[in-house]
Design a protein around this ligand. Structure first.
Ligand SMILES: Cc1cc2nc3c(=O)[nH]c(=O)nc-3n(C[C@H](O)[C@H](O)[C@H](O)COP(=O)(O)O)c2cc1C
Length: 143
């Protein structure tokens, strides 16, 4: 799902965000069953009744993968406009063969991610995961 050589600051941001998200769902960092519990939550699409699967043609390059990310962001915003919530899940790529069998995806397509879709359940803690400060990620250049 991620590059094997993922290093700082990306790896730190990734693991901090995961720790925050899963702690909110009752899974502590030092829980020995953490990987299994995370896999189970993801496989249940966090309780959402619908999962969209986004595929790209295998011939597409990095630019088109970027396009797909923008497209999915728009899908997620349109879902909000309909009162729905969603959560992109790259985890489905770990089960790409099974998913492709079920949705009967053509061999020429590669699974990008799933998006769990549903109405928000009240009472579930939903702290927003942290974000890197803007000065770390954006350079303003001007006179
Ligand atoms: C392309 C993409 C794939 C993701 N895959 C997963 C995933 O498999 N499992 C997961 O728990 N979160 C995954 N995330 C993170 C969450 O979907 C979500 O973006 C993150 O928790 C931030 O949510 P917030 O803005 O409500 O804090 C993914 C995010 C993106 C953009």
């Amino acid at each position: 799902m991620y590059p094997a050589e993922l290093t700082s600051p990306y790896l730190d941001r990734f693991s901090d965000a995961a720790a925050q998200r899963y702690k909110a769902l009752g899974i502590e960092r030092d829980d020995p069953d953490r990987p299994m519990k995370i896999a189970a939550l993801n496989s249940e699409a966090f309780g959402a009744p619908v999962v969209l699967f986004c595929y790209l043609d295998r011939t597409m390059g990095p630019g088109q993968w970027g396009d797909a990310g923008m497209y999915l962001q728009t899908v997620m915003l349109l879902l909000r406009a309909e009162g729905l919530h969603s959560c992109p899940q790259v985890m489905w790529t770990m089960h790409r063969k099974t998913v492709s069998q079920i949705v009967e995806a053509d061999d020429g397509l590669v699974l990008y991610c799933g998006i769990a879709v549903g109405f928000e359940k009240g009472g579930v803690p939903r702290p927003r995961t942290g974000r890197a400060v803007m000065t770390e990620t954006v350079s303003f250049i001007g006179v």
